[in-house]
Ligand binder design. Structure first.
Ligand SMILES: [Cu+2]
Length: 127
């Protein structure tokens, strides 16, 4: 009996879906809440803690991005490929900063020139 009721409800649901007046109920809340926010995106990377090739930092084209990099274990020099920007020499435990506007879309390696390893990936997406 229960199965029959569910089947009957399904038929009713299908019927109402076919009704053009029900179109307002199909509105999907958009996932675009991240757009239209041109404010500065600030992110701090501590090498060995929240870094790795599996760490993707996603920003939106046009955003101002401020990346702060700390290497607690060594002096370093961190490079953002694609944008060809660098922190310059950073003393051990000190913060190096790269600030830029994300004008190019795509995925870019952020690399330590001390260890020659990718510390994170910057992903710039369109709005
Ligand atoms: Cu590099």
């Amino acid at each position: 009996m229960k199965k029959l009721c569910i089947a009957a409800l399904a038929v009713l649901a299908l019927t109402s879906c076919g009704d053009t007046s029900a179109s307002t109920t199909t509105t999907v809340v958009s996932t675009s809440s991240v757009v239209e926010n041109p404010s500065t995106f600030e992110y701090t990377m501590t090498i060995g803690e929240n870094t790795g090739t599996d760490v993707v930092i996603e920003v939106i084209e046009g955003q101002t991005v401020e990346l702060t990099i700390v290497n607690p274990d060594s002096h370093d020099d961190v490079h953002l490929h694609g944008y060809d920007l660098s922190t310059g020499a950073i003393d051990k435990g000190q913060a190096g900063v790269i600030t830029f506007t994300a004008t190019k879309t795509g995925e870019f390696d952020i690399e330590s020139h001390e260890t020659e390893k990718v510390v994170s990936i910057l992903k710039v997406t369109t709005k």
